[in-house]
Design a protein around this ligand. Structure first.
Ligand code: IMP
Length: 426
């Protein structure tokens, strides 16, 4: 999608996450100079397959797998420093050189062990089905103006003072939540002392870096995590993550103005999945749902949890197109549908017998939403070797045309397998 009119492109998930953004970003990063993560943290799991090797990237932008590309972890990310370096070391062990290719924002907030304890304790009553990575409590601290930022590591004495207050509060909360574990000041201090010398050399004002890259005419790719329906404002609240996963979050989380963004690519699976609790109107609760899970390998990249599976939900994607201002769609995992004789597509909802074409705000309404399905003919042939639309069976093209029409956004890419080359540019 990069070209004369597009130097700054945002890639977002347009369902409930796990749409295959990692693969799209990997493919697009080939022509990008800079890849920027702008929200979320180690709750994300972006899977990229290169040859026989599978990489699962959690906090490091998928662009790292292209030697000519630099990567930025922006201010909107909540950074778990421990797993960040584990991830970096795993890349090094696989021969990926990252020196001088990754920068971290001094404004990014740190996810610390106490955030994970709070996340796990909170889950016992709230039951959102979080990844347990401390994401929610870290964003709570950020917006409560009591977070610790990467740049704070420059002043260890001040950081220790802040930590004392934070841990006192965290331990009081843990007690209130009935948790038995407590956060230890020694453990936190030791962790920060250990990671600071490694993290600080990578730390800078990344908003300035991104701005300079854009002004120098470089190509910048913004890599979203999770999906629109997990956005804290626009998703199925409270069953959401704690950041703005939609394209507006890219400007804020990368530290640039919205006018710098040229296009937004929404990634959707050819069907729908969700991990964690909350409404999923087109969930297939029968054996076909289990078949989608088996064929699509639908198990969480971070937690290994089985994903809930169902049919393409056009109400969701139309809504995601609106709240993201999508310029194009990338449809992934079309090949997973290869063996189905008939494929239902949810075109709208009925709620309490009334038609509903717009995605409602309340989960109580969504729990009562009954999808209106249109059944499309399957193609019963393998699509994994298709490299142009013309290579696809006629029924698969009809299927894609219908998704495009229902979503109201042109399809720009179709992915037909996990490998880098298994992609059709439309
Ligand atoms: P949290 O982000 O760990 O707080 O989890 C909140 C919700 O978002 C839960 O339903 C998670 O399963 C979901 N979630 C978080 N990250 C991802 C992701 O990368 N893919 C899919 N679901 C996610």
């Amino acid at each position: 999608m990069f070209g004369p009119d597009c130097a700054c492109l945002v890639v977002v998930g347009a369902q409930w996450g796990d749409e295959g953004k990692g693969k799209l970003v990997d493919v697009l990063a080939e022509s990008a100079d800079l890849v920027v993560r702008y929200q979320g943290g180690a709750n994300a799991g972006h899977t990229v397959v290169i040859g026989d090797e599978q990489f699962i990237l959690q906090q490091i932008p998928s662009g790292i797998l292209h030697p000519g590309t630099s990567c930025v972890v922006g201010n909107g990310v909540v950074l778990d420093p421990q797993t960040f370096f584990e991830e970096l070391d795993r890349l090094h062990a696989k021969g990926i050189a990252t020196d001088g290719r990754i920068l971290v924002s001094d404004r990014a907030h740190l996810v610390l062990p106490y955030h994970k304890l709070l996340d796990q304790a909170g889950e016992k009553s709230q039951k959102i089905g979080t990844t347990g990575r401390g994401i929610g409590p870290t964003y709570e601290d950020k917006y409560g103006r009591r977070g610790l930022r990467v740049g704070d590591l420059r002043n260890q004495d001040q950081t220790r003072k802040l930590l004392v207050e934070r841990l006192e509060r965290a331990n009081a909360l843990l007690e209130m939540l009935g948790a038995t574990e407590r956060a230890s000041l020694d453990q936190h201090t030791a962790l920060l002392q250990r990671i600071a010398p490694r993290l600080l050399p990578l730390t800078t004002d990344t908003g300035l870096v991104v701005d300079r890259a854009i002004k120098a005419g470089q190509r910048v790719l913004m890599e979203g995590a999770q999906g629109a329906l997990l956005d804290v404002d626009h998703g199925t609240y409270p069953f959401v993550t704690s950041s703005n996963t939609t394209a507006g979050g890219a400007a804020v989380g990368a530290g640039i103005g919205p006018t710098a963004i040229d296009a937004v690519l929404g990634v959707v699976k050819a069907y729908t999945t969700r991990v964690g609790n909350g409404p999923l109107p087109t969930e297939a609760r029968d054996e076909r749902g289990a078949e989608l899970r088996r064929l699509g390998g639908e198990f969480g990249a971070v937690t290994g949890r089985a994903r809930r599976c169902g049919w393409f939900d056009a109400t969701v994607v139309r809504y995601a197109a609106r709240v993201n201002g999508l310029s194009g769609l990338a449809v992934t995992k079309l090949d997973v549908l290869d063996s189905f004789a008939e494929i239902p597509v949810g075109t709208a909802y009925q709620i309490d017998g009334d038609p509903c074409e717009e995605f409602p705000a309340g989960v109580e309404l969504l729990e009562r939403a009954r999808p209106v399905y249109q059944s499309l003919a399957g193609w019963k042939r393998s699509t994994g070797e298709a490299r142009t639309l013309a290579d696809l069976p006629r029924e698969a093209r009809v299927y894609l045309d219908r998704l495009e029409q229902l979503a109201g956004v042109p399809i720009r890419y179709v992915s037909v397998g996990t490998r880098r080359d298994q992609i059709i540019a439309v």
